[in-house]
Design a protein around this ligand. Sequence first.
Ligand code: NAI
Length: 292
Amino acid sequence: MPEMKTIGVVGGGQMGSGIAQLGVVHGFQVWLLDKDPQALSWSADYIAASIRRLVSKRALSQAGGDDALRSLHCTSSLEELRSSDFVIEAIVESEDIKKKLFRDLDKIVKPSAVLASNTSSISITRLASATARPHQVIGMHFMNPPPLMKLVEIIRGADTSDETFTITKTLAQRFGKTVICSQDYSGFIVNRILMPMINEAFHTLYTGIATKEDIDAGMKLGTNHPMGPLELADFIGLDVCLSIMRVLQAGLGDGKYTPCPLLVQYVDAGRLGRKRGIGVYDYRKVPELVKP
Ligand code: NAI
């Protein structure tokens, strides 16, 4: 297995920032790219603040924190990712946009590099088909927030090689994660089960069966979920939830995956959840939760 020193992360949103943090804290050089300079600067500040918090809680030594901060390189130029041994994509959940990125990355990064997607639901086989290295393309699906959540779901596309799988699993384990493995079908394991539940919670609200507070309290106290489904949807991002429902609907072809009209309406209104200050709930009085 080739030695891995440098990781590229594309997309400096909630997921990409957390993945980049994992990379630098675990001893890799990380090139973090976002097309939006404001998002990139938010991401760099967020990672630096998280690392400082780890140092203050003694979860990381001062020297370890300094090394981690020095290992983070932010860029808006894809060319800078050329030295990466492993690239993790965490941009918007759109097949066309991700395919274009994979096509571009394939031309830039070295021939041995693995291209992984953090997609929640999009076919890895189809993303791989945009490249000339389909055996080195894989799904590496972190949970939110990546530094805290213990799971990584690995998805093998139709042509993913055993070596690519082993490299990816080893990296996830080096990050301290437990790995589960899914076949490449819409939503994989976690979102195939989670998103219909969130969508049903929206239907429960939409049809006036209960208030948002009672729906969330019901699932927290009644089924021991740490967050209610509507609260979780706001945390994930309502745009991300809607995109995943649309992928499930298109890929699995069953009416039960039709997105709830209320979810669609919230996204149309720009109520994307915590990151925009408002989703099902209003977070504008808690500015530290809101992404500028
Ligand atoms: P986000 O909206 O917080 O961040 C996406 C970032 O990608 C933005 O900063 C945007 O400027 C950047 N971006 C978009 N297109 C780009 C491009 N072509 N090149 C470079 N940067 C680009 O989204 P989030 O929540 O971080 O999700 C990212 C991916 O991770 C999606 O595929 C999503 O399905 C997946 N995911 C999300 C989870 C969640 O709870 N939000 C959980 C697990 C996976």
